[in-house]
Write a protein that binds this ligand. Structure first.
Ligand SMILES: Nc1ncnc2c1ncn2[C@@H]1O[C@H](COP(=O)(O)OP(=O)(O)OP(=O)(O)O)[C@@H](O)[C@H]1O
Ligand SMILES: [Mg+2]
Length: 253
């Protein structure tokens, strides 16, 4: 199954929320996703209730000390499998930045991990760091959450340019799908931004939208995905619909 990077150079657009809840929806749909937290903020791990781990138990040990990825996978009480992030990841740029072939490390490491029914979802930091380059090189597809406002559109434009630049050394197009997050129908700026996105990106834009929903903002503090925290919420509905759309369009194949 597919390796998917969840990426946008702009911060706070819902990358971590989307990674977590699409994976949780995939679990409910009987796929067994593996999550990788590639952000030194380790927000994905924290949102899943995984904190205060030693760096040796996290994906930082793969990059900095060559630990095999398979040895770093932990199964959480809800059944999700996670390779946690760690603040040590912030050292990767300075320690590995100049090393030849560094961008291919994760792709090589993942080859032993990917199972037939196990999509891999990687949560990226909001930057084009060595870690993000690794995620993009390793991925079959990129999922780009985008909030529906003016500044997010500017951020998306920069992200698009970055992906286009990367396609050259990769030697292949990077298949991507944008998804609108934190959408509020009653806000004119949201409606305007959505219209622009539809016009500009057409079929690259997912039909499903994620509404602004308090339960989605609350659930990380409880270490839960949205289905465990508030199964009847708008957020749970939206992430289920998005995941079903992505599955039906072969995004995780
Ligand atoms: N649909 C939503 N409704 C309400 N709150 C949301 C929604 N999506 C995300 N949030 C909240 O918005 C904030 C940013 O979301 P998130 O951490 O997922 O973004 P991010 O893109 O991963 O950020 P960063 O770039 O810092 O990694 C968080 O507090 C999160 O709980
Ligand atoms: Mg994040």
């Amino acid at each position: 199954m597919a390796v998917v990077a969840v990426f946008n150079q702009k911060g706070g657009v819902g990358k971590t929320t989307t990674t977590l809840n699409v994976a949780a929806a995939l679990m409910l749909l009987e796929r067994q996703p593996i999550l990788i937290d590639l952000d030194p903020q380790a927000h994905l791990s924290l949102a899943l209730g995984v904190k205060s781990l030693h760096g040796d138990a996290c994906v930082s040990a793969f990059f900095l000390r060559d630990k095999p990825l398979a040895s770093l996978v932990r199964t959480l009480p809800n059944g999700l499998r996670l390779i946690p992030g760690h603040p040590d990841l912030s050292k990767v740029d300075s320690m590995l930045g100049g090393v030849k072939g560094v961008a291919a490390r994760l792709k090589n490491g993942l080859s032993e991990l990917v199972g037939a029914n196990s999509p891999v979802l990687m949560d990226c930091a909001p930057s084009l760091s060595v870690l993000t380059l690794n995620a993009l090189f390793a991925s079959d597809r990129v999922l780009i959450p985008v909030t529906s406002d003016y500044l997010a559109m500017q951020g998306l434009h920069r992200t698009e340019i970055a992906l286009r630049v990367l396609e050259k050394p990769l030697g292949r197009p990077i298949e991507r799908r944008m998804v609108v997050t934190r959408y509020a129908e009653d806000k004119p700026q949201c409606r305007d931004a959505l219209a622009t996105l539809k016009q500009r990106y057409a079929s690259e834009l997912a039909e499903a939208k994620i509404a602004d929903d308090l339960a989605l903002a609350e659930s990380p503090a409880h270490g839960m995905d949205i289905f465990a925290y508030a199964a009847d919420s708008t957020g749970a509905h939206d992430y289920r619909v998005l995941t079903m759309e992505l599955l039906s369009k072969g995004f995780f194949k």
